[in-house]
Write a protein that binds this ligand. Structure first.
Ligand code: ADP
Ligand code: MG
Length: 720
């Protein structure tokens, strides 16, 4: 048998080699991102028309959407008032007729010439007794020798129609696949295909475009989606290994006195999850190459402690550690908390009068005075500052370290990859520092594998003991509190008063700062006034939002912390990091305007102390998804579980965000639908990399990766 074609070979064949693709067609294809056969063959159908189960016009039901194959009888244009036009097209299925009307779509006149076949998708209406569809979706049909017609994403602007695409696709498939073509070599080892029941690649490509029967589409799709996920995972796994090979890190010592002293000083036992994460991190720290690890854990799971443990390992070996937080408030809170945890610890001070000196923890933000800043920078370069906590100020010019050993990034989804790298690259004195990224917004495991696939992941999936789970209730009432308060609402306010009478405190969160004509949503200012004069009159209420100066914000937060305020009405500025263990009530107004992750974060502001806490979600929902979101919060306090629900409801776009850049090889695969495949692809990639780290035995896989990596990347990943 002749050698098969590689994926990369397809990328080397210009679409112009196909019949009927001249300069002009080539240009339109190019504008749709298609220049070679690989682009064309991975331009997948968006749906299929199963002609064996085709409806007839006479069977259509008024008001219902349907897809139907028709032939154009005649098309005309009429000028309406203003500059509007109406195109009317009479079509038939051979038995009955249907009128299509289009407003302001003049191109339909040229598209729907008499005799053309088209698939129209729309809602049937009756107009003056005859059947019509207005503004239906139209796909022109070309090659329909098959029983099932693939409908391609098309571009009206570029003049690309699904019919043309199907014709070219047919030719490309004939040239590529057996019996007329050489067929594609399969880069995935046969034992893998068997074990995980994946279809053959030739079969997959043929059946995604020209399925013999609808039942063949699913296995074809599964195979091609697997290939996409596999390429991505393979690249991520190889990147991790290449970094391990090429980056010189610091082999931290794990037997230092500071860590032990710290551990002994803790008034509580570490949770099993904390011990597990610390062990994983220790393992990384001792290795000669740098750690790249993500620490995922719900609010309150005790991530700070794990991070502190890692930082102390650095200091134990005579290095420094840095923690970067996204906001000044958060950096200040971290600094205060960490100083409390580490107070009393001493480090060796060789060359000075006394044998030891206090461990030095400094805070560096843009609020630092010039003198403080100078002193801290001096200490960082001189090695007398052991741990520095700060904001972006840490990655500004002029900041240098004596020997930075561990970097912790409290990400909260706010730092990009570049900023992380900037801090890591500060000091190469003794090697590249080990990096730990903390995130309080759990993301599903399979998504983490893709979004953070080049990081190792540790999970804190256990809360410290003694916490009473937060009880969450959903009150269906207008989120802006307008109208006659319902029984449930009155009971809610009564309970708030009761809690406050017992010495607790409450948050009331609103989506807006001030009232708006455009939106009915609750605003902090209006709610503040209303509660003061009515539901919560007589209580000490504060107002906190992003328009206040940072001094004002700090004053109000401080009063709340000192308990000179009972209630804090706030916007989501309190979302991140505010820690007042005495607060036990969280009321979120217009809750349906927030996403699951944000509601979960907000709720995490309570339940931080010894007292039982309640979270009230107030709001009405207009969609099923909205109701499902709020109900999910009522049903679960587990951030990982909620993340899965979120992925189901919202899809993956929100999760991928920035990190998705450059990952657009995923045309078919979806992190939501293909969770199982992501994990399988990861496992296969790891197995292959273990066995053959430079893909020397798997040249077909290597050549596929080279296609979507840039040259420098491919060189880095694949050369030993
Ligand atoms: P996170 O950063 O994950 O939100 P923190 O590290 O801020 O959580 O911890 C939340 C609270 O729990 C802190 O007050 C911390 O002192 C406490 N804590 C952490 N670990 C434990 C533990 N093992 N047992 C009891 N309390 C703990
Ligand atoms: Mg924290």
């Amino acid at each position: 048998m002749a050698e098969g074609l590689r994926w990369a070979d397809l990328a080397g064949i210009d679409v112009q080699r196909l019949h009927g693709v001249g300069e002009k067609r080539r240009a339109s294809l190019e504008s749709a991102g298609i220049t070679n056969l690989l682009d064309l063959l991975t331009h997948y159908p968006r749906r299929y028309l199963d002609r064996s189960r085709e409806a007839r016009i006479s069977e259509l039901v008024e008001g219902e959407e349907a897809s139907i194959l028709v032939t154009v009888v005649s098309t005309s244009v009429r000028q309406l008032r203003g500059r509007r036009v109406m195109v009317t097209s009479r079509v038939t299925d051979g038995e009955s007729n249907l009128t299509l009307t289009f407003f302001n779509q003049r191109f339909r006149e040229k598209q729907l010439v008499a005799g053309r076949e088209a698939i129209v998708f729309g809602k049937l209406e009756y107009f003056r007794g005859s059947r019509q569809m207005s503004n239906p979706i139209v796909d022109l049909v070309g090659d329909k020798t098959g029983r099932i017609v693939a409908v391609y994403p098309q571009s009206e602007k570029a003049g690309l129609h699904t019919g043309d695409l199907a014709t070219w696709m047919g030719e490309a498939l004939r040239r590529t696949l057996p019996p007329t073509g050489r067929g594609l070599v399969d880069p995935i080892p046969e034992w893998v295909l068997d074990r995980i029941d994946l279809a053959d690649r030739n079969f997959a490509l043929a059946n995604i475009h020209q399925p013999e029967e609808m039942a063949a589409v699913a296995p074809a799709r599964r195979r091609l989606a697997f290939d996409e996920l596999f390429r991505l995972q393979m690249a991520l796994v190889l990147r991790k290994r290449a970094l391990a090979r090429t980056e010189v890190g610091i082999e931290h010592r794990l037997d230092g006195p500071l860590f032990e002293a710290f551990r002994a000083s803790l008034p509580f036992d570490l949770t099993g999850a904390q011990r597990g994460a610390i062990a994983e991190i220790d393992d990384d720290l001792a290795k000669p190459y740098p750690m790249h690890r993500l620490l995922q854990g719900d609010v309150g799971a005790g991530k700070t402690l794990v991070a502190v443990a890692a930082m102390l390992r650095a200091v134990d070996g005579g290095h420094q550690a840095a923690l970067m937080a996204p906001t000044e408030v958060l950096a200040e809170q971290h600094a205060a908390g960490i100083r409390r945890l580490l107070g009393g610890l001493e480090v060796e001070a060789p060359g000075s009068l006394l044998p030891t000196r206090p461990l030095s923890v400094e805070l560096l933000t843009n609020r630092a005075t010039t003198a403080d800043r100078k002193r801290i920078l001096h200490g960082l370069i001189g090695g007398t500052v052991d741990i520095v906590i700060g904001t972006h100020a840490l990655i500004q010019d002029g900041v240098g370290f004596s020997s930075l050993g561990v970097v912790v990034i409290d990400e909260q989804h706010r730092f990009g990859v570049e900023q992380r790298a900037a801090l890591r690259d500060q000091s190469y004195g003794d090697g590249i520092p080990d990096t730990l990224v903390m995130t309080a917004t759990p993301i599903p495991r399979t998504a983490a594998m893709t979004v953070y696939g080049d990081l190792d992941v540790s999970v804190l999936d256990e809360l410290p003991p003694g916490r009473t789970p937060i009880v969450t209730k959903w009150v269906e009432a207008p989120g802006n509190l307008e109208g006659q308060p319902s029984m449930e609402l009155s009971m809610m306010w009564a309970e708030v008063r009761e809690q406050i009478a017992e010495g607790r405190q409450a948050y009331v969160v609103t989506p807006l700062i001030e009232g708006s004509d455009k939106m009915e949503a609750a605003s902090a200012e209006e709610v503040y006034e209303a509660l003061r004069s009515d539901e919560l009159s007589g209580l000490r209420i504060g107002l906190l939002h992003g328009k206040l100066s940072s001094v004002e914000k700090e004053e109000i937060m401080e009063s709340f912390r000192r308990r000179t305020l009972d209630v804090l009405v706030a916007t989501t500025v309190i979302e991140v990091g505010v820690d007042v263990p005495n607060a036990t009530v969280m009321i979120i107004l217009d809750a349906a305007r927030f996403g699951i992750a944000q509601l979960h974060q907000l709720r995490g502001r309570v339940g931080r102390g010894e007292h039982a806490s309640t979270c009230w979600l107030v709001g009405e929902t207009t969609t099923d998804d909205g109701a499902a979101r709020l109900q999910a919060l009522v049903d679960s306090t587990d951030g990982f579980e909620l993340a899965e629900v979120d992925l189901d409801l919202r899809g993956e776009g929100t999760i991928l965000g920035e990190r998705q850049k450059g990952r657009n090889d995923l045309k078919l695969a979806s992190l939501r639908r293909d969770r199982e495949l992501v994990a399988i692809a990861r496992a296969v990639a790891v197995t292959i990399a273990d066995d053959d780290p430079f893909l020397r035995e798997h040249p077909e896989i290597a050549s596929e990766l080279e296609l979507f990596l840039d040259e420098a990347d491919a060189e880095f990943l694949l050369k030993g």
